[in-house]
Design a binder for this molecule. Structure first.
Ligand SMILES: [Zn+2]
Ligand SMILES: [Zn+2]
Length: 268
């Protein structure tokens, strides 16, 4: 089918919206009509740092509606609202143990430009185009493996949910799956973009006592506070970089004391 897509032809060159031919979905693949997409920093740096073979259709925080499914797809149906997330093989030990973000084939499937069977679905004449992160959401339509299509409530406005597929699960996952805070822990988040704000929201959900947001933009810090940061530091207003550590220590000193005091009471 003919679609429109933003194509990156050369490294360090702007992308351009062009006509592209998209194949039918193959086994275990889903054709999604895009409603919205986030723009992640990994899209912005993709051509600068040569992260995918060009030409390519970038974009990896897609949100849309399932238009067609290939053989073997049972987790979504035509008409479902979905957000798209990173590609994983579904067969390696890490995928099978519930860690698809650490899939053994994560580099190949997300940055290799082709799908799991090694072929591409996007074309311009004789030229094959790469996907990005197994999708290529800067387009009117994209094909993804069924594991990358996550069904969401159709009542939700899709335009807000694309970043859940990358930036938000990165930030929230770092807190919930890696940091795994316990009572008395504090969290300092450097940079309050999508990843940092997601980390802050996860920390708030886990009732971390001190959630400190550090950024150089007051408007971002204001939003961080609305979303759960207990304290904010504008590091650009400090005399020198090392002062950030002192500022964090000053904020968390009370927490440690309070926690120790609670322990003392329990011992008594
Ligand atoms: Zn991303
Ligand atoms: Zn895997």
């Amino acid at each position: 089918m003919k679609i429109k897509a933003a194509v990156a032809h050369d490294f360090n060159q702007p992308i351009a919206i062009e006509d592209v031919e998209l194949d039918e979905p193959k086994n275990d693949e889903v054709l999604v009509k895009m409603v919205a997409t986030g723009m992640c920093h990994a899209d912005i740096i993709a051509t600068k740092f040569q992260m995918v073979p060009l030409p390519a259709v970038l974009g990896h925080e897609g949100a849309g509606i399932v238009e067609k499914i290939g053989p073997g797809v049972t987790n979504v149906a035509v008409g479902d609202h979905v957000i798209l997330t990173v590609a994983s093989c579904g067969e390696c030990d890490l995928c099978l143990s519930g860690h698809p973000a650490e899939c053994r084939r994560v580099n190949e499937l997300n940055f290799g430009g082709a799908y799991q069977d090694g072929t591409k679905r996007l074309h311009q004449g004789d030229q094959d185009l790469s996907n990005y992160f197994g999708q290529g959401s800067f387009a009117t339509h994209a094909i993804v493996n069924k594991r990358s299509a996550i069904k969401i409530d159709p009542e939700l406005d899709l335009k807000w949910y694309g970043p859940l597929g990358c930036g938000f699960n990165t930030g929230a996952g770092a807190v919930m799956n890696v940091f795994k805070p316990s009572i008395g822990d504090s969290l300092a988040v450097f940079g309050t973009g999508a990843v940092g704000l997601a980390a802050i929201m996860a920390a708030k959900m886990l009732n971390i006592d001190k959630i400190i947001a550090i950024d150089i933009h007051d408007n971002r810090l204001k939003l961080a506070k609305e979303l759960g940061a207990t304290d904010v530091i504008n590091s650009s207003q400090l005399a020198k970089a090392g002062d950030v550590a002192d500022a964090i220590k000053a904020i968390t000193a009370g927490v440690v004391l309070t926690f120790r005091w609670i322990l003392l009471v329990l011992v008594w």
